[in-house]
Design a protein around this ligand. Structure first.
Ligand code: FRU
Length: 549
């Protein structure tokens, strides 16, 4: 055998080969997790007419068995491609899928599919009724701008609702459709959201969260006291996902934002991830009573690289998602099942003080397949650099100007991962604390500028401000998952996430190193550091992921 390719991930979701993009129709049904995804069965690149729904099943959201594609472009209503959509568990307990078909006229329409045999524990085959499309292209929407039906939810009137993205008279809109039987759908006059500024938006997701900081999830149809809603949209313009928390009113099918000051332009809303992810989709995991989010992380090297490797695209690890106590900010954390992959564990002496310029190696675990959790205590904020208000608008640029190697006052401190022995290649994940208007602002960055010696790879600094009161807490935590070509980081207990794709060259021939560092003049204390080597999960190779009775 030619061996495992160094870029292939060990525990992130990937098909065995070929192109994947958006997560589609994730669900828990009959004791099994199902994951579908935009898949080109014919090659490593996205190809407008060749999209199918890839399909895998799992007992634990970590190990996956690949099945045949679930939905393929075979009918007049989807002959030019089966695009993104979502699954809904209907009242009788069986699932249904709504997805976008590119029809024989190359127009986007919404179609319905059912399992051929709901008793099949794997739901291998899907039936597309000949009465499709269930929602044809509306007269006021262009043929290439009507797509991505969401999971449906039930209103108190007993009608199903879905959200669909559309451009209506040049305005990016999230439309709501209602149905009594899941087959006949009627559009609500007013969209759930619209924006003149944002360009086309895609992949809408509307879901309930507990309003008061509890971590447990809610069924997509939950409403009433103690429930807030999240509207998530993907903006084509920036290839970024944004969300707003608010109140959803099922009588009017209207959404009232909790932060109206952010306006209608989705690009000013909050972000799930300041890195390289898109087209996120959540589902309610009834087995563990939580909401789980998936998102696509595209490659950052070239199409020629994709073709040479024979594959492109990974998914983030599934993330548990809930609303922070402040009622505005979502928190995310890798599902706990990932921890079953933890093997060799190493630590650092408790309360290791990191002075200016300190760099302590984390030895003993393979640095290309690791999970690191570290807590930094900041004894003094005295040296925090002053921050000009202009910088508040562009944290990513700030991460570029003030990278890990630019000494500061409080920070930069954090982790260096995927480092070659000579440090020529390395990826830094770090915090930096600024003083602003007698308050403090915490910046989190993942700096890829030195991640690979190769040219022609996208190596930006990524970053965002972290919503915490560092003066009161004095401690900030970081968890980073390293997986060959993925560096996925969770700052401040899931308040800020940054997912990056990296392509260091040294991994072809040698090991990767990890360090904890401080490059600020103020000391920081590492009150806790644990690092694990992670075992490889079984992801779409062989059939060990499958537990079928
Ligand atoms: C988002 C998207 C969706 C579409 C799908 C096609 O990445 O453009 O809007 O349904 O990908 O693959």
């Amino acid at each position: 055998s030619e061996g495992r390719h160094v870029r292939r991930t060990a525990y992130h979701f990937q098909p065995a080969k070929n192109w994947q993009n958006d997560p589609n129709g994730p669900m828990y049904y009959n004791g099994m997790y199902h994951f579908f995804y935009q898949y080109n069965p014919h090659g490593a690149l996205w190809d407008i007419g060749n999209l199918s729904w890839g399909h895998s099943v799992s007992g634990d959201l970590v190990n996956w068995a690949a099945l045949d594609t679930a939905i393929d472009p075979t009918a007049p209503f989807d002959i030019n491609g089966c695009w993104s959509g979502s699954a809904t568990i209907l009242r009788g307990g069986t699932p249904a899928i709504l997805y976008t078909g590119i029809d024989a006229n190359k127009e986007q329409v919404q179609n319905l599919a059912f399992p051929k045999n709901p008793a099949d524990p794997l739901l291998r085959e899907w039936h597309k009724p000949s009465y499709n499309p269930v929602i044809p292209l509306p007269a006021d929407v262009p043929g290439d701008k009507f797509r991505d039906p969401s999971t449906a939810w039930l209103g108190r009137d007993g009608l199903w609702r879905i959200a669909v993205s559309a451009e209506v008279s040049g305005v990016a809109s999230t439309l709501v459709y209602r149905s009594a039987d899941f087959v006949h759908w009627e559009r609500n006059d007013a969209p759930l959201h619209s924006s003149r500024a944002a360009g086309m938006v895609e992949c809408p997701d509307l879901f309930p969260v507990k309003a008061h900081g509890e971590e447990g999830g809610l069924d997509t149809s939950a409403s009433g006291a103690g429930v807030s809603h999240v509207l998530k949209l993907s903006v084509m313009d920036t290839l970024q996902d944004y969300y707003m928390v608010g109140r959803y009113d099922d009588a009017a099918d209207a959404f009232v934002p909790a932060e109206p000051e952010r306006g209608d332009d989705v690009r000013n809303w909050r972000r799930f991830d300041y890195g390289h992810v898109y087209a996120a989709k959540s589902f309610f995991d009834a087995r563990r009573n939580r909401r789980v989010l998936w998102a696509w992380a595209n490659e950052s090297d070239s199409q020629a690289d994709d073709v040479a490797r024979g594959w492109s695209g990974v998914q983030t690890v599934p993330r548990k998602l809930w609303l922070d106590k402040d009622g505005k900010q979502l928190r995310q954390w890798p599902i706990e099942e990932i921890e079953t992959l933890r093997r060799k564990r190493v630590g650092l002496r408790r309360n290791t003080m990191l002075s200016a310029g300190a760099m302590n190696e984390i030895v003993g675990v393979a640095g290309a397949q690791a999970d690191v959790e570290v807590a930094f205590r900041i004894p003094s904020l005295e040296e925090a650099e002053a921050l000009d208000s202009n910088w508040l608008l562009d944290p990513q640029k700030l991460c570029g100007e003030k990278g890990a190697s630019v000494p500061g006052g409080v920070g930069p401190f954090g982790l260096i991962v995927m480092a070659s022995g000579d440090l020529q290649e390395h990826t830094a994940v770090f915090f930096r604390v600024f003083r602003h208007d007698d308050k403090y602002k915490v910046l989190m960055c993942t700096d890829l500028t030195r991640s690979s010696a190769r040219a022609g790879v996208y190596k930006p600094p990524y970053g965002g401000f972290v919503d915490i009161d560092i003066e009161e807490r004095k401690t900030i935590k970081l968890r980073t998952l390293v997986d060959h070509s993925v560096v996925e980081s969770y700052g401040a207990e899931g308040r800020a996430c940054i997912t990056a794709r990296v392509y260091p060259e040294h991994v072809e021939t040698s090991n990767s190193h990890m360090f904890v560092f401080n490059n600020g003049t103020d000391k920081v204390k590492v009150t806790k550091l644990e690092a694990w080597e992670l075992a490889a999960a079984t992801v779409n190779v062989g059939d060990e992921g499958l537990i079928v009775s």
